[in-house]
Design a protein. Structure first.
Length: 254
């Protein structure tokens, strides 16, 4: 993906990494459309950041995804980048179903079915363009599990493999598939996580991501240095040690 000159739809960008990335991309000369469920947040973003467009979308609702996609494509026919940012993370105890089942279902619906629905809504349009990008959002926890977030880990692992497979299937089209792989970042993904000193500061993360997009426009995965500890534990042969370290020292890791 080129760093500038795109029209980018980012559902799930009303806060955290999504909003910070949206603003950084806007500053680099892209048209950016932020999507989210809460109208009041979208209105605030539009007021505080002139030039950023907004669309209401609930990725857990198939009808909402279809309506939002039609709206975006109608208003911004040049839209050529989709960033499937929307996601949730929950602490779960899998010893008894009443402590995890509802949470697990919600996470799978948001983190897996949501991106699938979004991709389904845009993939045909993207194939009519000379250059388009689907950017999925996974996590270092797709590769090394955090004990307290089993459904989140699994959802991100599923999205990693989906990204790998879509890249193969869409190789005969103009559509690129890029995977954004964050480490633990200081956001409100979990309560109190924005103050987690072991997590990467949000501004540092987005700055490094923007640099990688600029210097590696054809990258399959956008990996900041800090995520490689989780990403490559198995390849390095120290997977068991990595698992032990993050589960001893990072109770709210991403």
């Amino acid at each position: 993906m080129d760093i500038t000159g795109n029209t980018i739809f980012i559902p799930g960008a009303t806060s955290g990494i999504g909003l910070a990335l949206a603003l950084a991309l806007r500053e680099r000369g892209n048209t950016v459309i932020v999507g989210g469920r809460r109208t009041e947040l979208l209105e605030r973003i539009a007021a505080e950041h002139p030039g950023v467009e907004t669309v209401r979308v609930d990725t857990t609702d198939p009808d909402s995804v279809q309506t939002a996609a039609k709206d975006v494509i109608s208003r911004f026919p040049a839209v050529n980048v989709l960033v499937t940012m929307a996601g949730v993370m929950r602490v779960e105890d899998w010893h008894r179903p009443e402590t995890f089942l509802e949470s697990a279902e919600n996470i799978v619906t948001t983190n897996v079915l949501g991106p699938i629905r979004l991709i389904a809504a845009f993939v045909e349009h993207f194939q009519t363009l000379p250059d388009a990008t689907i950017m999925t959002v996974t996590s270092g926890l797709a590769f090394t599990p955090l004990k307290i977030t089993p459904s989140y880990n699994a959802s991100k692992a599923a999205m990693h493999m989906l990204s790998e497979t879509l890249r193969l299937q869409l190789a005969d089209t103009s559509v690129k598939v890029t995977e954004l792989v964050p480490p633990a970042v200081q956001t409100d993904l979990l309560p109190g996580h924005a103050e987690n000193e072991q997590a990467m500061p949000l501004d540092e993360y987005v700055t490094e991501v923007m640099g990688l997009i600029e210097t590696q426009p054809d990258a399959r995965e956008i990996q900041v240095e800090r995520v490689k500890f989780l990403r490559y534990g198995e390849a390095r042969g120290d997977y068991d040690q990595v698992v032990a370290i993050i589960n001893e020292t990072d109770p709210h890791g991403r």
